[in-house]
Design a protein around this ligand. Structure first.
Ligand code: COA
Ligand code: AMP
Ligand code: ZN
Length: 433
């Protein structure tokens, strides 16, 4: 009989045994991380050794790791092993400050592909599927991460990449694509592209969508499912943890199983950093258990979610994460790209022609998410040639920094509304929740 699991032993492992596996893997991970110039002194100070780990609760003795730690140790300061064993890196956007860099050994890549293949299998994809990927290849982990996993699954894979919706339409039509990986907002854009061609997406061969990488509501998922006449499954990934393949919904579509053989999951109050009761919302904090180039301990994801109580009828024993409800920092995700307002501010401040006020507006226009950056001019001018060149240069510099193309509007002094207290810099008009 064909199994409904990719790895039945791991996916349905009784919780006690799973915990035992986590303890063993945590010990092993500590041993590896003793080679990290970042973690080794911290472990020494806190008397953390593999032998000192007796239960999963020992995780509370570990220090937290933050994105700032990744930035301040840029590029290789957290690595646990020597670079000759590292075969790939992925990096976040940005040139104004230090981006974050994540390193992988061949084993890390293999385990990552396996975890994402397991996720694909979990939603019913098989080697008979034709999987088309709309994520950017290169530094975005949604590109290569999905690619290697789909190949591991044995599916026919179409690495079409981001952009050029007409080409996606043609590929889906010509190749008979059965599954799409895309961010939820792009699922809408691509459906619109089909309709522009006079094709109803429901009449295509697409039956499954893997959607993730940005927050979206249950209503948005339903809309996508109706538009496509297909099932859309929420998928959570994060470059620091590997990329896609951290957690996915099963066919029950009720919470994302987080693969606990690979991660220790904590949900903490973002202010006190103390655990919240099961079912309550807090910040997701993850410890990697199956990575060697750059294990991370108690990594503060900044994503707000909760653990769904109870067992899942699918038989998988791994905990389920609720749909994400936002972040405990000011990171925005636009067109599948993570952007911090400070990145935009730093670029704007490089232009002496600008004053200090600016406003970022994000909205959905014609099924495409767009960002408008209004920046205040230091001095009024009606030299339109100068204004045009200036806004072109700002657009170019912003695009290099944040990877998407904003609409730049230069405005006179006093046009940007002033708010009392802390300036409001971001106006997100998308309805994600
Ligand atoms: N995925 C795939 N294609 C996307 C997209 C996304 N998230 N967002 C926009 N696009 C498409 C647009 O529809 C457009 O194609 P079309 O006009 O043929 O429909 C094309 O990309 C360019 O979009 P535009 O909004 O003009 O470009 P931009 O310069 O602002 O952004 C992108 C450029 C799309 C290349 C950049 O946003 C990107 O690389 N996004 C993908 C990020 C990603 O893969 N994240 C996955 C993380 S797992
Ligand atoms: P990246 O490291 O570029 O893959 O981005 C990771 C971030 O994307 C996460 O920390 C989340 O904020 C966001 N993200 C990824 N998957 C989802 C999802 N399914 N729902 C909501 N947000 C997501
Ligand atoms: Zn399930």
């Amino acid at each position: 009989m064909v199994s409904k699991f990719w790895n039945a032993e791991i996916e349905t492992m009784p919780r006690k045994k799973l915990e035992q596996l986590q303890i063993e893997r945590l010990k092993k991970t500590v041993e590896i991380a003793m080679g990290s110039p970042f973690y080794a002194p911290k472990f020494k100070e806190l008397s953390i050794t593999p032998d000192s780990i007796k239960s999963i609760e020992d995780i509370r003795r570990f220090p937290f790791t933050t994105k700032n730690d990744l930035r301040s140790t840029y590029p290789f300061g957290i690595a646990s092993i020597s670079l000759d064993r590292v075969v790939r890196l992925h990096s976040s956007s940005g040139t104004t400050g230090n981006p974050t860099v994540i390193l992988h050994t061949q084993r890390d890549l293999d385990e990552w592909a396996d975890a994402m293949a397991r996720s694909m299998y979990c939603i019913g994809l098989r080697n008979t599927d034709i999987i088309q990927n709309t994520s950017g290849y290169g530094m975005f982990t949604g590109g290569l991460g999905i690619q290697y996993a789909a190949e591991r699954l044995g599916a026919l894979t179409v690495p079409a990449g981001a952009g050029n919706s007409k080409r996606h339409v043609k590929f889906i039509t010509d190749f008979g694509t059965t599954a799409l990986h895309c961010i939820p907002s792009y699922a809408n854009r691509l459906a619109a592209a089909f309709l522009e061609e006079g094709i109803d997406p429901r009449n295509t061969t697409v039956r499954t969508l893997i959607i993730g990488a940005e927050p979206h509501s249950e209503a948005q998922r339903k809309r996508i499912e109706e538009l496509w006449g297909a099932k859309a499954y929420n998928n959570f990934g994060m470059s620091e943890m590997c990329g896609p393949g951290v957690a996915i919904e099963c066919r029950e579509q009720n919470g994302m199983h987080i693969w606990e053989d690979n991660y220790i999951v904590e949900i903490l109050d973002p202010d006190t950093l103390q655990p919240v009761p099961e079912g309550e919302q807090g910040e997701l904090v993850l410890t990697t258990l199956n990575r060697e180039a750059m294990p991370l301990f108690r990594y503060r994801t900044r994503d707000l979610t909760s653990i769904l109580p109870g067992d899942c009828p699918c038989g998988r024993t791994h905990k389920r994460l609720a749909r994400f409800q936002g972040r405990s920092d000011d990171m925005m995700i636009v067109k599948g790209v993570n952007i911090y307002p400070i990145q935009i501010e730093k670029i704007l401040m490089q232009f002496p022609q600008l004053a200090s006020d600016y406003l970022i507006t994000i909205e959905t226009i014609d099924d495409n998410d767009e960002m408008t950056v209004e920046a205040e001019l230091a001095q009024a001018t009606d030299d339109y040639g100068l204004l045009r060149n200036l806004s072109k240069e700002i657009t170019y510099r912003l695009k290099s920094e944040i990877l998407i193309t904003p609409i730049v509007k230069l405005v006179g002094k006093g046009v940007i509304p002033q708010s009392e207290g802390k300036a409001k810099r971001v106006n997100d008009l998308r309805k994600n929740f």
